[in-house]
Design a protein around this ligand. Structure first.
Ligand code: FEO
Length: 400
């Protein structure tokens, strides 16, 4: 049976939530599930904004049929052609063969990469600033390339001041009844997943997100309808500010994130001692992760939040321990910038991880690597206390 949510008197959410999928994009754990949002505008002309992943296809089609109540579907606007939003387009066209597909030239071309139905006869190609009048509503299209794919655009309802923002402002997490962000404790329950979604899915494209934010700042926005997660109708400025920080690679918190890769505990011991001494020095915002126990997407997200990052790694096969190497290459791939980094290396006969980690960070923008990289040979020794204290002091001093 259908399960829709009313967003405004004539706009409804017709998407669905998936709590069975283990890995979003076959890469990112989503223990809180994920929602695939689609919106139906029931105006003189009926308009569907994006479709959904095939996992929620059955309820999606019931939702549309219920909301249309026998009316034809006039337009499908495709803001983003990634399969989590487009997998059900062919099914939609089968059910509503008269539908016109509204999108930019690149998207229309990419639809043909995924499907074999006749796209051209249904296509309405739009460009930057073009308008679609549907009766009460007037929809304007704004291109947002690389937020998160090159074809992405967003749709702005100039009458109701609603931004249909595609992946922007989206988050991991299934919709648990409440569709509006102001109906849940977003900061406590959703923000970590929103940050993890941003950092891992869109994080690489900060400058393109900044361009979109710039465009969006030129219009009044009363509501944001993303393709994943809750709809925003209150306190938008708070969430937009988070996005602005993430897009600019500006830390949210003056805080220390310590990630360690330890085989027999020697490196872990050093990480614990550094954390303890940071705390003794007055630092009250420290988080620690074992790279072998925590998914890299969680640590990437924390690196987007924290200002100071400590990486402690064993040497393994004359390289960086694999879990740590994966994490660091992820950080580089996601374009992390503007952080202060301290390094600890361990190696029982040929410590190399410090040099190799340094090479990765020096190839990234805006990373300050603190002097006094600590070298451990198997386990820390009392006579190295001075070296540890120097490293801790340089972290604390750089936080002041
Ligand atoms: Fe939610 Fe880029 O797809």
């Amino acid at each position: 049976m259908y399960c829709t949510k009313q967003i405004t008197p004539d706009i409804s959410w017709v998407g669905g939530s998936d709590r069975r999928l283990a890995l979003f994009e076959n890469a990112f754990p989503i223990p809180r599930g994920i929602s695939y949002n689609s919106y139906l505008i029931n105006d003189d002309k009926t308009v569907l904004l994006d479709t959904v992943d095939r996992a929620v296809g059955p309820v999606f089609f019931e939702n549309i049929a219920h909301e249309l109540a026998g009316k034809p579907l006039d337009y499908l606007i495709v803001n983003h052609i990634e399969p989590d939003h487009c997998a059900t387009i062919a099914g939609l066209v089968l059910r509503y063969p008269e539908v016109h597909i509204v999108s930019n030239k690149r998207t229309i071309s990419m639809i043909k990469q995924f499907f074999t139905f006749d796209v051209d006869s249904r296509a309405v190609i739009v460009g930057e600033g073009d308008k679609l009048e549907t009766g009460h509503h007037t929809l304007t299209f704004l291109l947002a390339p690389m937020v998160h794919w090159p074809e992405v655009m967003v749709t702005y309802d100039t009458v109701e001041k609603i931004l249909f923002s595609a992946d922007a402002f989206g988050t991991f997490g299934a919709i648990n009844g409440n569709i509006f962000a102001d109906e849940v404790n977003f900061e406590a329950e959703w923000l970590p997943d929103a940050r993890r979604y941003y950092a891992n899915i869109v994080g690489k494209y900060g400058s393109q997100v900044q361009s979109l934010l710039q465009k969006a700042s030129a219009v009044e926005i009363k509501m944001i309808c993303p393709l994943h997660g809750p709809v925003w109708r209150d306190n938008l400025a708070w969430y937009i500010e988070k996005y602005a920080k993430w897009a600019a690679y500006t830390p949210e918190d003056t805080a220390v994130m310590i990630a360690y890769a330890s085989i027999y505990g020697g490196t872990e011991n050093a990480a614990n001692i550094i954390a303890s001494k940071l705390a003794d020095g007055g630092c009250r915002n420290i988080v620690m992760y074992d790279v072998s126990a925590t998914h890299p997407s969680e640590i990437v997200s924390e690196c987007f939040r924290c200002s100071h990052l400590v990486f402690a790694s064993s040497t393994y096969n004359a390289g960086i321990f694999s879990g740590m190497e994966t994490l660091l290459l992820d950080l580089k791939a996601h374009n992390l910038q503007n952080r202060t980094v301290a390094l600890v290396e361990n190696g029982s006969w040929g410590p190399a991880s410090g040099r190799l980690m340094t090479e990765i960070f020096t190839s990234m923008k805006g990373i300050t690597i603190l002097e006094n990289t600590l070298t451990i040979k198997s386990t820390l020794k009392e006579e190295q206390l001075l070296d540890i204290n120097k490293l801790v002091s340089s972290i604390l001093n750089s936080m002041r």
